[in-house]
Design a binder for this molecule. Structure first.
Ligand SMILES: NC(=O)c1ccc[n+]([C@@H]2O[C@H](COP(=O)([O-])OP(=O)(O)OC[C@H]3O[C@@H](n4cnc5c(N)ncnc54)[C@H](OP(=O)(O)O)[C@@H]3O)[C@@H](O)[C@H]2O)c1
Length: 357
């Protein structure tokens, strides 16, 4: 039987990139939607992906992207209007009579959360339930990538910046999240109507992660608890956009309140893929092999100068960003762990892996 074409959005990003690579590795036909025809798009074309350039907020682009497609993966972009992009995608998928779609949501998704991203992903979850096509929700917690993105500081200077104190998480790797998404895309009969929260195999604090990173790098590494104001400056220096940090700073609060340790170990990676999830140490070894973690005199000096420069670099005024973007927070906003409705729905998701109200 011929395999249907699969549309992958966010293919230059963390999960979409891994999904496109894994699907091509299994010889599935893939169309990727990317924002620009840059070097990253050429890498995807070299993998055998059909590349379409366009914006998720453009209805005509979404209609073209769905043409001839049987199944699709939605990555809602970090944007104060992200629900509009999700709606356009889902409408186009219905109109094109797709067989199934997989949407990336968020473990925290709740109605009155302080983060616009988390509220809008909650809205997306509500919309998914009313669709006439097969839907799988993948709702991860805090990715392993969030801790390992700063591995260059550990490699060069022996410090692993941490924002989350002693709170625990079993962070999933991008590859395991993608493997669950790929499982759902290639076998919709088994996974439609399901919701998964991929996790790693072990709950760790950043002190435990620093030990794993030290082993991966084969050097001493100390956890350094970084205040949020300093992190925002470092993130801006690394080019992380305000729209992403707006929600991130709230997710750190949820992390400290235990929202990722809540039902923090699931068997969903194994349920979908048939193999256990990757341990954090194994993920750390892959990041330790990246060029930015290679130590030379120049890279160490550069990291040291960046570290010293960070406190005087410009940060972000996220409250102003949100005001300018027209984001209105609910009057009585509350974090996930303060929301009994969220807790009940997430308990069910972790246990039964079903997409329910
Ligand atoms: N990080 C976490 O811990 C975490 C946890 C749970 C859920 N999530 C969810 O994960 C999602 C992000 O997924 P990710 O980490 O896989 O992606 P990512 O690495 O943040 O990359 C975002 C992707 O979307 C593309 N994109 C952004 N705006 C676009 C637009 N207007 N039109 C077309 N493409 C656009 C980007 O293209 P460019 O490369 O050109 O920018 C990139 O490929 C968010 O919805 C977030 O809520 C994240």
């Amino acid at each position: 039987m011929s395999r249907p074409l699969i549309l992958v959005t966010g293919a230059t990003g963390k999960t979409g990139g891994a999904v496109a690579r894994q699907l091509r590795g299994l010889d599935w036909p893939v169309r990727v939607l990317v924002r620009s025809a840059d070097a990253r798009a050429r890498v995807l074309a070299d993998l055998g992906c059909e590349v379409q350039v366009g914006d998720l907020f453009d209805p005509a682009v979404m209609q073209t992207a769905m043409r001839g497609v049987g199944r699709a993966y939605l990555v809602p972009p970090f944007d104060p209007r992200m629900i509009e992009a999700a709606d356009l995608f889902l409408r186009a998928a219905q109109e094109a009579r797709l067989e199934s779609t997989v949407a990336l949501g968020q473990w925290l998704a709740c109605e009155r959360h302080p983060a616009f991203e988390t509220r809008q992903l909650w809205q997306m979850e509500q919309r998914l339930r009313g669709l006439s096509l097969g839907v799988t929700l993948v709702a991860p917690g805090f990715f392993a990538d969030n801790y390992l993105r700063l591995i260059n500081f550990a490699a060069q200077l022996g410090v692993l910046p941490s924002l989350t104190g002693n709170s625990l998480n079993a962070p999933p790797s991008n590859e395991d999240i993608a493997a669950v998404i790929v499982g759902a895309l290639i076998d919709p009969d088994r996974h439609a109507g399901r919701a998964y929260r991929p996790t790693g195999p072990q709950l760790l604090s950043t002190a435990g992660m620093a030990k794993e990173v030290a082993t991966a790098l084969d050097r001493g590494v100390m956890r350094f608890e970084m205040p949020m104001w300093l992190f925002l400056k470092a993130a801006r220096m690394q080019g992380v956009p305000a729209a992403e940090l707006s929600g991130f700073r709230h997710r750190v609060r949820d992390h400290k309140q235990g929202a990722f340790a809540f039902h923090g170990l699931t068997d969903h990676v194994e349920r979908v893929t048939g193999r256990p999830p990757e341990a954090f140490g194994a993920t750390a070894r892959r990041y330790a092999a990246l060029p930015e973690a290679r130590v030379t005199f120049a890279s160490r000096t550069g990291a040291f100068l960046d570290f010293m420069r960070t406190p005087i670099a410009p940060g972000y005024d996220l409250a102003r960003f949100e005001r300018d973007a027209g984001v209105v927070a609910p009057a009585k906003a509350r974090y996930a762990m303060q929301d009994p409705v969220w807790k009940a729905s997430r308990e069910r998701l972790a246990r039964d892996a079903v997409l329910t109200a």
